[in-house]
Design a protein around this ligand. Structure first.
Ligand SMILES: [Zn+2]
Length: 252
């Protein structure tokens, strides 16, 4: 049995037996891991609030094989986002980010760039960045890091230059030059403000972006495109995204 150390965000938990929890975590050193936290549901648990969503802790755990659940020995909080993730807008966003991390990363596969992205977005939320803008930021960059953000310079079907106009095509999971290249599926025009915002997101840190002026209309318009590509990767609309949309009175 190996003793492991890691810096890890808690993503979600499930009850196990009478007092234990299974905790899914996203660690810098080993990617996504699942560990059992013994007696974590007792009032005076030694893990305290370290297992709250997106609290980052230095964890020590035992692991036999990769497929086995690890056993959490200790969790010392490095950074807590508890307060900033406790609002009606940020709590569902945290659940959405966790669902994306789980959907985009295999277990036991380090993803240090995604780990840094997660930290940067959380830091910006804590400094008061707009949660909806940060949701788009996180979506675009998790697609980009995973190599799944489609090329916006050329039509995915015919290769034509997309300098003037781009459309989001569900059937080809990419940007195309018009309906005729949409592969027979649903095709939506990428509105110019959404296109500009996409370029801005790709060129700036979340903190830089949060400091500038971004219109709500552009954020919403971009959501249509990111939603198509996220759905293509996960084969469904993330449940937490539906909650987010419902909470704000939903576009869909
Ligand atoms: Zn085309």
């Amino acid at each position: 049995m190996a003793l492991r150390h890691a810096s890890a965000f808690a993503l979600r938990t499930w009850p196990l037996g009478e007092a234990d929890l299974i905790v899914e975590m996203f660690s810098l050193e080993r990617g996504r891991i699942r560990v059992v936290a013994r007696s974590a549901r007792r009032p005076k648990s030694r893990f305290g609030s370290a297992l709250q969503p997106f609290t980052r802790s230095h964890v020590v755990y035992f692991q036999r094989e990769k497929d086995d659940l690890g056993r959490l020995s200790s969790a010392e909080i490095e950074r807590s986002y508890f307060e900033c993730l406790a609002t009606l807008e940020t709590a569902p966003l945290a659940a959405y980010m966790a669902e994306l991390i789980i959907g985009f990363t295999p277990e036991h596969d380090p993803a240090p760039t995604l780990f840094r992205l997660t930290s940067a977005v959380l830091d910006s939320l804590e400094s008061g960045a707009d949660p909806e803008l940060m949701a788009r930021y996180f979506e675009i960059w998790i697609l980009r890091i995973s190599g799944l953000l489609p090329d916006l310079s050329h039509c995915a079907n015919c290769g034509r230059d997309l300098a003037r106009d781009a459309w989001v095509a569900e059937a080809v999971d990419g940007f195309v030059c018009g309906r005729e290249c949409g592969g027979g599926g649903s095709v939506t025009r990428l509105a110019p403000p959404a296109r500009t915002l996409l370029a801005v997101v790709l060129a700036h840190s979340p903190r830089e972006l949060a400091g500038g002026e971004v219109s709500r209309g552009a954020v919403r318009a971009l959501e249509g495109a990111t939603g198509v590509f996220i759905r293509a990767q996960l084969d469904r609309t993330p449940r937490s995204l539906r909650v987010l949309r419902r909470l704000r009175g939903g576009v869909r």
